[in-house]
Design a binder for this molecule. Structure first.
Ligand code: 3PY
Ligand code: MG
Length: 260
């Protein structure tokens, strides 16, 4: 884990080490859930405001619990929720994932609100992030653009077509693939096949373009087996399914064993 900047700087520091990170993915807005997940061997905890039930308040209450384990918190904002991005970074999240970034304009707007000038137009006021990171204001101002990671979700045909331009935006640190939405888009709405051939082909392309741009690539995985494959394929950040799915799988496995 990062020393300087503590848990707030840990995501960027771990990315620099180049080892694949596995994040917990949390949609249940109960502090205990994020605390329990952070206590396990996850590298980070992601709190979901798009399909999960998190809001700014619940995220605020969980960042310190995750940081107590020396781990970074990421947040996924709702579609178009760019205005929340700087508030979340002020609160001490280390990375923001923005869904449905389909155009270079979406990517520019996202980056602008996450990065301080001259790269962007983030407004000053990171009091919780200063306390959590232990950095002096001048140091935080100097280093925040490198610390606070922006991951633009690629999950439509439009986004795939604009991939090089999105990756080319200064202030976009990487992309994050939503394989379920991507499978819906690639099948023109015919079905859901997040681990299917069409998505796998798109992933190869996205990986090559991301590496060419020297940026990071993350993805959501629906199982541990798929997570293993994605680690082997070189993804930097993999979400090992969500808290509800893990809870249900644990309950089902325990009940199956108990009832025989
Ligand atoms: C998707 O698979 O579309 C996602 O957004 C994962 O959360
Ligand atoms: Mg999605």
């Amino acid at each position: 884990m990062a020393e300087r900047g503590g848990a707030v700087a840990a995501l960027a520091a771990r990315f620099r080490e180049g080892k694949p990170l596995i994040t917990a993915w949390c949609g249940i807005p109960e502090p205990l859930v994020a605390g329990l997940l952070a206590a396990e061997a996850f590298d980070a905890v992601t709190l979901d405001m798009q399909h999960g039930a998190h809001d700014f308040d619940s995220i605020n209450r969980m960042i310190a619990l995750v940081a107590a384990r020396g781990k970074p918190t990421l947040a996924r904002v709702p579609v178009g929720g760019f205005a929340t991005v700087s508030r979340l970074l002020d609160a001490g999240v280390s990375g923001v994932i923005a869904p449905m970034v389909n155009t270079v304009e979406d990517a520019r707007r996202f980056a602008a609100l996450a990065k301080y000038p001259p790269m962007g137009e983030r407004s000053w006021g990171p009091n919780p992030a200063l306390a959590l990171s232990g950095l002096a204001p001048e140091t935080y101002l100097r280093e925040a653009n490198g610390i606070c990671q922006t991951l633009a979700m690629i999950e439509t045909r439009e986004a795939l077509a604009a991939l090089d331009d999105i990756l080319g935006v200064d202030g976009i640190d990487g992309i994050f693939i939503g394989p379920s939405d991507l499978s819906i888009a690639l099948s023109n709405g015919a079905g859901l096949d997040p681990d299917g051939t069409a998505v796998r082909d798109a992933l190869k392309h996205a990986m090559a373009r991301t590496r060419a741009a020297g940026k990071r690539i993350g993805i959501y995985a629906l199982s541990a087996a798929r997570t293993r494959e994605l680690i082997a394929e070189g993804f930097d950040l993999i979400a090992l399914t969500g808290d509800s799915a893990l809870l249900r799988a644990g309950a089902q496995a325990a009940l199956k064993e108990a009832r025989g």
